[in-house]
Design a protein around this ligand. Structure first.
Ligand code: ARG
Length: 463
């Protein structure tokens, strides 16, 4: 029950209430920043030595002690004292305990405001690389799966109604495209955040001759934040990072939704490996896609984080306010959620099989070749709008005569609907046949798919 008074709070009367200690602490969460905090402290100390504010040997002593502290935290030997509000105070207190007055020089020209802003950027830069790697791995699994289904056709749905035939591989590559935008979005975020706030101090910079470019360089930043007032309170990158996570969550949720539907008995398009299904406590026959359902649900958690972050930022007075401490809860939560979701999504993708026989058996339902027939008429000189009406009527005829396929109609029936139709009409019918005939760039047929698989294989080698 230590009610110690912190060194920077000597001007306050009496002791800090226990309730306050618990309420304001962020140590329980920002512990995970320790490596970045130590890296930033070493860079700051080296710079202090470079400009003569501490001696070279003082720097060495500080650096050595900080390395020891880092090792202690990594090994789980470090005793976190809850009276140290956050990781910055905990590390500095340990440093002063080890080195006395030398360590007491570290905070020269620095505030926790520029410190935490720097740590968060360093943390996020690394975290983005990890998420990008997870994205690439998932993309690779999609490409591998797509390469197994380069000919087999499935129905594409719009409005969840049968629309047009597509090769299964093209459907799978649609997720690779989405993920590549996610990758790029994170790259943009990483580039935008890559400026160093260290040296901005609490809000106004310092009267000391700090070399901000040196610390920025040492920490691998592209440059420095040029306005100390802005830098102290800028958390745009946090909101942006969570937004990027939210879009990843959207993409994963759409995959999850598709595959939950596809794995139902009504569709029976795919079989997800038992490893990623669960049973029911009551119904012995069940094989539930719980993992996919949870991936879908995680979107809600990430949206929550995004709304929280944006709300925390809204209408804060300029510069640093303690509100900003709350950023970590939401940034960490969004990042952890998405990392785990990407990992398990990759596991599922690499362990899922398409039931091509079952899918093929159902391809004659839904008049998937109707658009192809309309385009056949266009090639015969019929204006598209007229062709659309003609084919619509032919579909109605089929339904009235209990024919499931347009190819069940006789040539006479075709000719009665439009005299430009000839006996080559049957070549443009049939789902698999149609898919083979797609010619446009980006189309969902085997030709374009083969090129796209080659493209992604090559692309993902580098990424
Ligand atoms: N724990 C704080 C945070 O995460 C560090 C900065 C506190 N600065 C202050 N002046 N109270 O934002």
């Amino acid at each position: 029950m230590a009610k110690s008074k912190r060194s920077w709070e000597q001007r306050l009367t009496g002791e800090t209430d226990e309730l306050t200690l618990d309420f304001v602490e962020s140590l329980s969460r920002d512990k995970r920043l320790y490596k970045y905090d130590i890296a930033a402290s070493i860079a700051h100390a080296r710079m202090l030595a470079e400009v003569g504010l501490i001696t070279k040997s003082e720097f060495s002593e500080i650096q050595k002690a900080l390395f020891e502290i880092s090792d202690e935290i990594t090994a789980g030997r470090f005793k976190f004292d809850r009276t140290c509000e956050d990781i910055h105070m905990a590390i500095e207190a340990a440093l002063i305990k080890k080195t006395g007055d030398v360590g007491a020089k570290l905070h020269t020209g620095r505030s926790r405001n520029d410190q935490v802003a720097t740590d968060m950027r360093l943390w996020m830069r690394d975290r983005i690389e990890i998420l990008q790697t997870r994205i690439s791995l998932l993309q690779r699994d999609f490409v591998k799966l797509a390469a197994k289904y380069t000919e087999a056709v499935m129905p594409a749905y719009t409005h969840l109604q049968r629309a047009q035939p597509v090769v299964i591989g093209s459907y799978l590559l649609s997720f690779v495209e989405q993920l590549s935008r996610d990758y790029q979005r994170l790259k943009n975020c990483s580039e935008l955040l890559n400026v160093c706030p260290l040296g901005c101090g609490a809000v106004a910079g310092s009267t000391l001759p700090l070399d901000r470019k040196s610390t920025a360089r040492q920490l691998g930043f592209e440059g420095i934040a040029w306005n100390s007032i802005d830098a102290a309170g800028d958390r745009d990158f946090c909101a942006e990072f969570i937004f990027d996570c939210a879009i990843i969550a959207v993409h994963l949720s759409r995959l999850a939704e598709d595959w939950i539907i596809y794995s139902s008995a009504e569709f029976d398009f795919i079989r997800i490996d038992d490893k990623y299904c669960t049973g029911s406590s009551m119904m012995p026959q069940k094989r539930n896609p719980d993992v996919l359902e949870l991936i879908r649900a995680k979107t809600g958690s990430v949206y929550g984080a995004l709304v929280a972050m944006l709300t925390i930022l809204k209408a804060q007075p300029s510069t640093y306010n303690r509100d900003l401490q709350e950023d970590k809860i939401h940034v960490f939560s969004a990042s952890d959620t998405i990392e785990a979701a990407l990992e398990i999504a990759a596991a599922i993708v690499s362990h899922t099989k398409f039931n091509t026989k079952q899918i093929a058996a159902g391809l004659d339902t839904g008049f998937l070749d109707a658009t192809s027939l309309a385009e056949y008429l266009v090639k015969k000189g019929v204006p598209f709008r007229k062709a659309h009406v003609i084919v619509g009527q032919l579909v109605t005829t089929c339904e009235q005569q209990a024919k499931s396929r347009l190819s069940d109609l006789t040539l006479d029936q075709f000719k009665a609907a439009c005299d430009q139709i000839e006996d080559d009409v049957y070549n443009c019918l049939g789902a698999t046949n149609v898919a083979k005939k797609y010619t446009t760039l980006g189309a969902a047929g085997p030709d374009h798919l083969a090129r796209q698989i080659a493209y992604w294989k090559d692309q993902l080698k580098e990424q």
